[in-house]
Each structure stands twice: as structure tokens, then as C-alpha cells.
Design a protein around this ligand. Sequence first.
Ligand code: EPZ
Length: 442
Amino acid sequence: MGNLLTINGGKPLEGRVTVRGAKNLVPKAMVASLLGSKPSVLRNVPEIRDVEIVTGLLSVHGVKVTKDPKTGDLGLDPAATKSATSSEIDAHAGDSRIPILFCGPLMHSIGEAFIPDLGGCKIGDRPIDFHLTVLRSFGAVVEKRPGGIHISAPKGLTGAKLELPYPSVGATEQVLLTAVKAEGITELKGAAVEPEIHDLIHILQKMGAIITVQTDRTIRIEGVDQLSGFNHRAIPDRNESASWASAALVTQGDIYVEGAMQRDLTAFLNTYRKIGGEFEVDDDGIRFWHAGGRLKPLVLETNVHPGFMTDWQQPLVVALTQADGVSIVHETVYEERFGFTDALVRMGASIQLHRECLGSVPCRFGQRNFLHSAVISGPTELRGADFDIPDLRGGFSHLIAALAAQGTSRATGIEIINRGYEKFMDKLIGLGADVELSSAGR
Ligand code: EPZ
């Protein structure tokens, strides 16, 4: 990809896109293959940067990763798993948070793991304290090393009674990937129950794991000595589906999202209808369109599943800048996820940020001086502007704002989008967007 995207706005996006496996599941499924005594096959794998990063990390640890040229299905063979040097790991870790999830599987297979300092979208502090606490509870020894941490299990790993202070997706995955082969029973209270968590549980169960999910966010895992391989089709990316749905609304367009699944988008679809968006569900996907007329403002609070997901917030905020009245968005999952609004305000949006919890329930950030609530007044006309892509979802929101805006916008840092949106440029052009990618920097 060049690093400058020129966007001529004002055209509705219309047509069809296909969404494949979830960015927030596929890399974790690839890591799970390390736990198996046999090769695994992962299907419905999108061509995104995060998959390349994990392919590199698995390869330096001796896992044979093959890709079917026609289907993109991945073969994952852990037979020759070995330790890797910190520089080898560093060379592949890139800007991802996935390396932290290698801990459990590597300790089970080679007794140790080195985790480089993590990257990921700049949407908050994103500490790993929950991860380290649960790993220590299994008996792991955590040592700080230059450029990262070294983790080992000199006495093996034993099941434990755990409770998360907040239903963290990553920490829940950490427990699942460690407990399945730990000695004895693990009980995790306060667990995350996102669709991606359930899909990971299905993969581990296919490998031979014994996992029970109770309705009160308690997950019970009975450790087993050996796991086999899996053959699994990854669930579709609900975040990409919701992003294209917002793009249809913002550009007054009409987009059929093949692969979108109602089951994983319930909270999003309710909100979409309340704003005035239309959708139609069929067995293969969901059609999203702007019904004409004015969009309606609303009060929105992000939350863990089954609430309104934080990754849906940024693209939908762009639609709220076009709603007829005042909307309020209270971000309760990440403390710094409104930085992207600066560029929207420069494009003509009216958005004020507040430190108070402007929602129905006070959240963790209430008393901590974070601008985590937004008041959006609309409708305001959007005008083209130049911007640098800040993070994955913030970047997508900037691009759909530019596609709706009058005039021309120029975007740099476009590579970030490739981390989570497959064939992004092809899809935009297929939907009739007037865009041009060039390598010339500004
Ligand atoms: C996953 O991140 C997703 N990323 C995120 O999607 C998503 O926003 C998030 O879950 C919430 O659903 C991937 O799956 C790769 P968390 P994760 O642990 O696991 C705090 C996108 O755009 N926390 O559930 O890193 C943390 O700071 C990305 O696709 C601790 O305090 O999220 C945050 O405030 C962005 N200590 C909250 O919990 C910890 O040890 C939720 O984080 C761990 C987390």
C-alpha cells in the first residue's frame, strides 16, 4: 500500500462486501494450535496484518504454517515447537498485543516464553496486570527482562480459582489457553463472554479440552494431559460488519455485508434501528442502508458483551454527527478512545469531550480525569481535510467521514487499516468510492 490516500467525498457507498474470519479470534486460534499434539486447520482466514504477525511468531517458534493458495486456509503443525530468541520474537511482534497469549501454550510445550513489550491501538494505557496475576496463580514465574518479560513454569502449571476485576477478553483467553492443560480444575469468575471467546472455547473443545461456561460469567476448565489438533471455520468479523454498516449510514448508501451474522450483532442492530438505519437479515448476510430522512440522536454507552461493543463506537460516532439533535456517548471500556474526534471536529463535526460519566452507570474512569464521554450535536456539514490514521477503528471512522464530506481529504498512515480490514481498498472501490492511493507522501 502507498501511504497517501486521496478521497473525493460526497458519493454514497453502494454494493456488496464480504467479511471473513474475525480479527479478534483468528490470531488466537492460531496460537491455540501450539497446544496440540497433532496439526490443525483453520478456515475462513482473512488476509490481514495481524495474521501475518502471528504466522511469523509461530514460525520462529518452529511451528510449520502453510497456506492454501486457493482458499487461504491455514495448516498449523506444532510438532517441532522450540524456543525463540528475543530478537527473533521482536522482529515479528510488530504492533500487536497477541504475543502475550503465547505464554500458556509455550510453557506447556517448552516450559518457557519470552514476551516483548506490547503494542496495539493507542486507545488507553492497556496494562497486562490481569494477565500476570492469573499466570502467577497457575504457578508461573514472571521475570522482567530488557525489552520484555520471561515466563517459566519450573514446577509445572496447576489449576486455580480466579476472579477478574473486569471481564477482560485478553485475560480470559490467557486463562483458557493455560488452564486446558494445567493440572486439575480452574474456575474463572468475572470472565469475558464475547462471541470470540466462545469460538475459542469451541476450538479448544475440538482439541479435547473440557470447558463449561455458566451464565454468571464463570468458566470452569478441567485440565487434560494431551490435546489433539482442530479443524475449524472462524466466526465472521462482527466489528468489520458493524463498520460497513456505519459506512452505509454515514454516506447515505446501501451495502450488503456477506458473512455478517445477526447473532453477534444484536446490540448493534438495535442501536442502528434507533438512529434510523435500516437492515435486512438473510442466511448469508445483512443488508444495511440509509432510509433517507433525518437520523435520530441517542444516548449510547459502550460495554462488554452482550452490551454495545467499544470497537463499534468510533465509526458510529460519525453517523451521530449527522443526526438531528444532541447525542451522548459514554465509553466505559477504554479510557482514551475519543482522540479520533479531533480530526472529525476539523472536518466540521460538533463534538465536546467530558471527563464525567455521561451515561446511566458510573464507570471505572469516572473519577480518573479521562475524557471518556462525548456530546455530539448535529447535523453539521462535513468538509474534506487532511489527517493521519490514529488507530484501526478511529482510522475507519475518519475514512467514512471523508467519504461523506464535501471536497477532498488526504489520509496518511493508511497501513494501520490493513491490520484489521481485509482488502480494504478493493472493497471501497467496489462500493463506488472515489479514492486514489499513491505512494507519494504529503
Ligand atoms: C480485545 O482487546 C480486542 N482486541 C479489542 O479490539 C477489544 O476492544 C477488546 O478486546 C474489548 O472487547 C483483540 O482481541 C486483539 P481487554 P484486549 O483485555 O483483550 C483493561 C480492535 O479495535 N485491562 O478486554 O486487549 C484494559 O486496559 C481492538 O479490534 C486491564 O486493566 O481487551 C481495558 O480498559 C481494540 N488489565 C479493558 O480491561 C489487563 O491485564 C478491556 O481490555 C487487561 C485488560
